[in-house]
Design a protein around this ligand. Structure first.
Ligand SMILES: Cc1ncc(COP(=O)(O)O)c(C=O)c1O
Length: 385
């Protein structure tokens, strides 16, 4: 048996050794605190669960769902986009339901990437952008996100022939793993370049509701964005619903219809009962989300203060539930994370796992409760490398 060429091109999973160590520590009886995964510990709010429970009884929902999503769900997405960003979208042609935003992000390039096409992908980043490029025989071109440039790509460093050959650019703000947000002028620059070089702009907005200062922008708040852009939204982090698998894509109708064509040949849509819960959540966002975000804010403030006292260097994030922290001098991010786990039982994610430019950093996810966070700080303070 031989793997396909495309699968062979996918690099090995970088966290294998860390996972092994974590399991070993747990077997030894160590109380491992996992600050590695971006998966909220907070349960989905009760009222969303109640809507889903009731929806389960609807026998119409036991049949195949609508492939692009039920109209009521797409309408709730359109209402949210209008209310939150002031932009109107046609639920019929400009919105599609996704089985989590990862599904849409992974499938979207099938519609547009031909072998040899360049896809601009941030580095460090959520890995699906460049991996889905490789799956489609495209060529990822990495845009380093540096501390000096506030973790935004610098297009002046990209050769013109690359800009000319680019098919898709992926951007993600608020950003995983750096916690950075985008200013309006950066989005304006992206849209301007996209029009000049004929790019598709794919904006991953998975963390757009997890913010602690000014509300982050949608790419569609930029004039003309609808001509070239698609935006991926997720209910996972916003409503602590990672396990439910629901999100949506919104934007240019040609881009949406192309994604719909791909999806209609691969999956059969989101379970309608979950869409009903998702629509309820979106329609009640202002009521449901603030207490959740407040919990993350308190954790962010606590951890940021304690880490500063311990001498760690980072930019306090305005959004997301991640802290992107410089590793101590003279040790790689992988070595640091392995040592940290061995010595203290703390799991954090090495920056290198998010791309070459992630070297020199590690990521902490604020996805454990206050008590565990306090204990984590205590253990960190005892760390001697
Ligand atoms: C940046 C980013 N985008 C997208 C996703 C996928 O989220 P989901 O598929 O749960 O909507 C994640 C998940 O961690 C993420 O970090």
């Amino acid at each position: 048996m031989e793997l396909s060429e495309r699968l062979k091109k996918i690099p090995p999973y970088l966290f294998v050794e860390l996972d092994r160590l974590k399991n070993e520590k747990m077997k030894e009886g160590v109380d491992v605190i996992d600050l590695g995964i971006g998966d909220p510990d907070i349960p989905t709010p009760k009222e969303i669960i109640e809507v889903a429970k009731k929806a389960l009884e609807n026998s119409l929902y036991h049949r195949y769902p609508s492939n692009i999503g039920s109209f009521f769900f797409r309408k709730a997405c359109a209402n949210y986009m209008k209310k939150r960003f002031g932009i109107s979208f046609d639920p019929e042609s400009e919105i599609i339901a996704l089985i989590g935003s990862k599904e849409g992000i992974a499938h979207f390039p099938i519609a547009f990437v031909n072998p040899g096409d360049i896809v601009l992908s941030p580095d460090p980043s959520y890995p699906v952008y460049h991996l889905s490029t490789i799956f489609n025989h495209g060529i990822p071109y990495y845009l380093p996100l540096t501390w000096e440039n506030d973790f935004l790509p610098d297009f002046t460093k990209v050769p013109t022939n690359v800009l000319q050959k680019t098919k898709i650019i992926w951007i993600n703000y608020p950003n995983n793993p750096t916690g950075a947000i985008s200013k309006k002028d950066f989005f304006e620059e992206v849209i301007k370049l996209a029009k000049k070089y004929n790019w598709i702009v794919a904006h991953d907005a998975a963390y757009i509701e997890i913010y602690y200062e000014d509300p982050p922008l949608s790419i569609f708040e930029i004039d003309g964005a609808k001509d070239v852009a698609i935006e991926f939204h997720s209910l996972s982090k916003t409503f602590c619903m990672t396990g439910w698998r629901i999100g949506f894509a919104v934007g240019n109708s040609f881009l949406i219809s192309a994604l719909a064509k791909v999806k209609s040949n691969i999956d059969s849509g989101v379970f309608t009962a979950i869409q009903e819960a998702g629509a309820y959540a979106l329609n009640n966002l202002e009521k449901i989300v603030p207490p959740l975000v407040n919990t993350f804010k308190k954790r962010r403030d606590f951890l940021a203060e304690e880490l500063r006292k311990l001498g760690y260097q980072f930019k306090k994030p305005f959004a997301t539930f991640y802290l992107w922290i410089k590793t101590p001098e003279g040790i790689s991010s992988q070595q640091f994370c392995e040592k940290l786990l061995k010595i203290t039982g703390l799991v954090v994610t090495p920056g290198i796992g998010f791309g070459k430019a992630g070297e020199g950093y590690f990521r902490i996810a604020l996805t454990v409760d206050d008590q565990k966070l306090k204990e984590a700080v205590k253990r960190l303070s005892t760390l001697r490398l």
